[in-house]
Design a protein around this ligand. Structure first.
Ligand SMILES: [Zn+2]
Length: 281
């Protein structure tokens, strides 16, 4: 594996001849470049219409800079955990955010990589489905998943999807894939748990939080059996894993049923509530 890295870096380096040819003739030395790089090159091409020596020298230096940029853009792709792509196989669509890993900036790669690997939580499966439904930020209040995931049922009135299911949906249903780790949305204390699947919410946990001086509770339901590790009265930190996505209770497939309860009792739309509060620091 080690010798591949220098080899691929080296192969991405244009030769002096290629650089000079690109400058003189206004064509690109390397065809496979990101759009940002391409626009820089077309600037270069314009500059070389009057081939003064100084301008050529400037262009050559600038092209070297472009080459360096090319390397630095390529490096994160090489640095990505080689196992990561396999962990997001189910969402390998062209619009999948994982596709941006190879061209993203260093900062966004670092954040996104955390969302797609299981390095932090080795005993749990990674998300198999992601979606651009929201953007999580690592602040005091977060979404129940590190990255955007499909949301299949919204908060509010609905036709009951199963016998015994309610006609008013008190939360949202989130679908990152079975066994995906679910995280606490804020610091808090565990109010209620069910370790066993006895219908209704199945294996679930309720956590009480104080947000802007008000009691707000979060509910995480239908978790997989054996995944819950919290106990009543236990303090919880934001981002702490509370359990895994499962299919316990009255559930028609593996998903997280997630509620936000104002004053600990009144359901509010979790999507709206979190969208207003999960912000960049
Ligand atoms: Zn639900």
């Amino acid at each position: 594996m080690d010798e591949n890295i220098p080899a691929s870096v080296a192969s991405s380096l244009p030769t002096r001849r290629e650089l000079r040819a690109a400058v003189t003739h206004g064509r690109r030395a390397r065809p496979r470049r990101a759009p940002a790089t391409r626009s820089r090159r077309s600037h270069m091409a314009k500059r070389t219409k009057q081939p003064h020596a100084r301008q050529r020298a400037f262009a050559a230096v600038a092209m070297s800079f472009v080459a360096l940029l090319t390397i630095s853009v390529s490096l994160p792709a090489l640095a990505v955990n080689p196992d990561a792509p396999r962990m997001v196989t189910a969402s390998d669509s062209p619009s999948d955010p994982a596709q941006t890993l190879t061209v993203g900036t260093g900062a966004s790669v670092a954040v996104q990589r955390d969302g797609y690997t299981i390095e932090k939580v080795p005993t749990r499966a990674a998300y198999t489905q992601t979606a651009a439904t929201y953007v999580n930020y690592l602040g005091a209040i977060q979404w129940p998943f590190l990255t955007g995931v499909p949301i299949t049922t919204d908060f509010g009135p609905r036709s009951a999807p199963c016998g015994g299911c309610s006609t008013f949906h008190k939360g949202i249903d989130m679908n990152p894939g079975v066994d995906s780790p679910i995280q606490a949305i804020a610091d808090g204390v565990v109010r209620e748990v069910s370790e066993t699947d006895d219908g209704g919410l199945g294996v679930y946990v309720v956590i009480d939080h104080m947000v802007d001086g008000e009691l707000v509770s979060s509910v995480y339901a239908h978790m997989s059996e054996g995944s819950l590790t919290l106990e009543v009265g236990q303090p919880v930190k934001v981002g702490q894993v509370v359990g895994n996505v499962g299919n316990t209770g009255q559930s028609t497939g593996p998903h997280l049923h997630f509620e936000v309860l104002l004053d600990g009792t009144t359901p509010t739309d979790p999507f709206v509530w979190l969208t207003e509060r999960v912000r960049p620091e």
